[in-house]
Design a binder for this molecule. Structure first.
Ligand SMILES: *Cc1c(COP(=O)(O)O)cnc(C)c1O
Length: 224
């Protein structure tokens, strides 16, 4: 078995008995490696750059579900709006409005996750709890007919301290549970995107429904 195939099989076995699905994070990796994962049955792929994702979308089979997981600039939304399956990294109302506008042009509804800032590092994007609540309760959200908020995404602090990682995931899950009861025409939370190569095992224990794993499948990257 190839390395990619065996890594996928290993992770899939860890997902047995959980509600979670695997997003294979293929950013910076060549199309041949994505094809290999596809041939092993993988259908959900995550990328962090709009142009790179679009090139891969055009080159690969059309039954792939494409996840945008990286910080998304508003002027890039138009490239992915025709086909993206889920945008994990919505970190402002302005971005959400742009996604809504481009989704409308494409006559579709785009599923989105709101990114929540749970890590210690100040460099990570995302809403804090107060900002999240005011977005969810805003009148402006009600007007967006072409987006649907289906969950939350977060990234834990990059650290060896597993108890810190666990408590950050717990914070995210408790916000998720609190907001799950809220229902609007474009808000119905069911997905909790948390966990990467180094911490997905903890994330699964803390209720993740979508793990985003890259280097454990495709090997280390040369750049972010
Ligand atoms: C790159 C990236 C991942 C995957 O990271 P690995 O450590 O390679 O598993 C997950 N989530 C986001 C947001 C990323 O940018």
């Amino acid at each position: 078995m190839s390395d990619i195939k065996s890594a996928l099989a290993e992770i899939k076995s860890e997902l047995d008995g959980t509600n979670a699905r695997l997003v294979a994070v293929s950013k910076t990796k060549p199309i041949s490696m994505l094809q290999e994962a596809y041939d092993a049955g993988q259908r959900h792929f995550g990328e962090n750059k709009a142009q790179e994702m679009t090139e891969k979308f055009e080159a690969l089979p059309d039954d792939i579900f494409w996840h945008m997981i990286g910080h998304l600039q508003r002027n890039k939304v138009k490239f992915i709006a025709p086909y993206v399956y889920l945008i994990h990294s919505v970190d402002s109302l302005r971005l959400l409005k742009e996604i809504n506008k481009e989704a409308k042009k494409n006559d579709r509804v785009i599923n989105c996750l709101l990114q929540v800032h749970i890590a210690e590092e100040t460099t990570k994007f995302g809403f804090d709890k107060g900002e999240l609540l005011s977005l969810i309760n805003s009148k402006e959200l009600d007007e967006l007919k072409n987006v649907k908020i289906v969950g939350l995404m977060g990234m834990a602090t990059y650290t060896d301290d597993t108890s810190k990682i666990r408590s950050e995931f717990q914070v995210l899950n408790s916000i998720f549970s609190e907001l799950k009861t809220e229902q609007k025409h474009n808000l119905e939370l069911s997905e909790l995107s948390m966990g990467m190569s180094s911490d997905y095992a903890i994330a699964l224990e803390e209720g993740s429904t979508l793990i985003r794993v890259g280097s454990n499948i495709f090997g280390e990257r040369n750049y972010a």
